[in-house]
Design a binder for this molecule. Structure first.
Ligand code: PLP
Length: 388
């Protein structure tokens, strides 16, 4: 019941994605480990399993794979990205302080503000893209520094190494939500962060058919907290969803390469198209943070923003004219999606406030899938011609 014993120690990402975390096969010779649809286990079993809330062969396999891909000593899997954020957040106690990047995923913000604050955790926000604001880390000496890079939806790139250095000088733990980048493109622990947290619902699984979350760390202390949270707060995933994510992650490298090349090509063509005001994509040379993105990411990922310059209603009409991009929340699946931050994720934010941070009425967010790039471009080009 062991991993492939012939796996070389220096095996690369693509190989580890397929061969690490493949235990529990040897009794049948099954090439793919089965899904263990059982709630409980006989006492004294060789794998030391007791009850699925606190562990399953499917969790263990996925945890081994993701730890390997994130260059981490440990990984714990959860029911969703929000469950993995909850596991970290609810390991804090009253009086602890979080200093968070201001532009974070909306549900993370909601969890901090509407849940965690009630329990006496202090939360502060700052723009961590501006190094002058690292002074806040020094001033607050927070328990956690919380960030994502690229950020949602603005695709700001934050300097993970510089922020980690500043945080470690005052004893803070750095958490990076690595969902938008994916483990192939960016490995926060290699860059100096203490915890890399993922919504595996997105690029890790890649097929929009399961939810999941993961926390990766080299810290034994944080790992103990995560295992405890998984069972004590009831944040465990289903064995079947874990099995689906284990299936999905095997193709992460090929999928990400196509997401990156498609998104870069569409970003370049959109930028050159008359009428389009601005395009934001980490690996577009015109991006003011291009150098930093190149330093810490090996690709630009599949998320791309375009300020179409259209009015609120015209932007929505443009999106309805697209045939290959489905209007939906979420990202990271093989199929392309499109979203309108002003009416979807940021609908509750007053117009002046959202425009001040760049969320204009004409801003459209693309989750670029892995379809043929010419088909995607023809779709966007046609819909724009009918809208501009
Ligand atoms: C989707 C997402 C989450 C939440 O993940 P779920 O699996 O939907 O719970 C957290 N962070 C980021 C950046 C996300 O995109």
């Amino acid at each position: 019941m062991k991993d492939d014993p012939s796996l070389p120690a220096n095996a690369r990402f693509e190989t580890r994605a397929i061969h690490v975390g493949q235990d529990f096969r040897s009794e049948t010779g099954a090439v793919i480990p089965p899904v263990y649809l059982t709630s409980t286990f006989e006492t004294g079993n060789p794998g030391n399993f007791d009850y699925t809330r606190s562990g399953s062969p499917n969790f263990r396999n996925l945890q081994s794979t993701l730890a390997s891909l994130e260059s981490a000593k440990h990984c714990t899997v959860f029911a969703s990205g929000v469950s993995s954020i909850s596991a970290i957040a609810f390991s804090l106690k009253a009086g602890d302080v979080i200093l968070s990047e201001a532009n974070i995923y909306g549900c993370t913000y909601r969890l901090f503000e509407r849940m965690l604050r009630k329990f006496g955790v202090e939360i502060h926000y700052t723009d961590l893209a501006n190094p002058a604001n690292y002074a806040e880390i020094e001033r607050l000496k927070p328990t956690l520094v919380w960030l994502e890079s690229p950020t949602n939806p603005l695709l700001k790139i934050l300097d993970i190494t510089a922020i980690s250095d500043a945080a470690h000088s005052v004893g803070s733990t750095v958490v990076v939500d690595n969902t938008f980048a994916s483990s192939l493109i960016q490995r926060p622990l290699e860059l100096g962060a203490d915890i890399s947290q993922l919504s595996t619902t997105k690029y890790t699984n890649g097929h929009s058919d399961a939810l999941g979350g993961a926390v990766c760390t080299n810290s034994d202390e944080w790992q103990d907290k995560m295992i405890f949270a998984q069972k004590a707060i009831g944040l465990q995933p289903s064995p079947f969803d874990s099995w689906l994510v284990s299936r999905g992650v095997k193709t992460e490298a090929v999928r990400m390469e196509r997401h990156c090349s498609n998104a870069l090509e569409l970003a370049k063509r959109l930028e050159a198209r008359p009428g389009v005001k601005q395009v934001r994509y980490p690996f577009l040379p015109s991006n003011p943070q291009y150098e930093l993105a190149r330093k810490q990411m090996s690709g630009g990922s599949g998320m791309m923003l375009a300020d179409t310059g259209l009015s609120y209603d015209a932007a929505l009409a443009f999106m309805r004219k697209l045939h290959l991009f489905t209007q939906a929340e979420s990202l990271g699946g093989v199929e392309s999606l499109v979203a309108h931050p002003a009416s979807m994720t940021h609908a509750s934010v007053p117009k002046e406030t959202r425009e001040a941070v760049g969320i204009t009425d004409g801003l459209v967010r693309f989750s670029v899938g892995i379809e043929h790039v010419e088909d995607l471009w023809e779709d966007i080009d046609r819909a724009l011609s009918q809208s501009l």
